[in-house]
Write a protein of this length. Structure first.
Length: 154
């Protein structure tokens, strides 16, 4: 009887663990897809609810500026976008990478990936663009190259 009880207890624990993993993957998939779909359709504000603070403060700021710059006519010509999840790679309990393919009326079979991180119990897309303040970027350009960069005002 003890052996049967131990087996049932172990089996139940394993079933709960697998159910928890499946739920986590579904949540990460949903967040990743919703972010990618919103961004593919130029809905930056909608994407923000699925993004980490770092992503909101870098990528989404730049994305909003670009969206404003391209204008409504271009956005109309490049939407609606279709986004498909190609692969989900669970790295650990708090990190997942999702591979996508995007198709729009203008762009076909665009492949991209998103890093999804669990923060305070929520899955969020962590898709940052390095800025000039990032320490990783310091010293990457040769001094002679930076001297030749000019900004023209129109």
């Amino acid at each position: 009887m003890k052996k049967h009880f131990s087996f049932i207890l172990c089996f139940s624990a394993l079933a709960l663990l697998l159910a928890g993993c499946d739920r986590n993957e579904k949540q990460a998939r949903k967040v990743g897809y919703n972010y990618a779909y919103a961004m593919a359709n130029y809905r930056v504000q909608e994407a923000a609810q699925y993004a980490t603070e770092e992503t909101k403060n870098t990528t989404l700021v730049i994305a909003q500026r670009l969206t404003d710059a391209v204008g409504e006519e271009y956005i109309k010509s490049d939407t609606p976008a279709k986004v498909e999840i190609v692969k989900v790679n669970r790295i650990d309990d708090t990190t997942t990478v999702i591979d996508f393919i995007k198709n729009t009326p203008i762009k076909k079979d665009v492949k991209f990936s998103s890093l999804i991180r669990k923060r305070n119990g929520r899955w969020l897309v962590h898709d940052t663009i390095p800025t000039h303040n990032d320490t990783e970027m310091t010293g990457t350009m040769e001094p002679s190259v930076t001297k030749n960069i000019s900004v023209s005002k129109k």
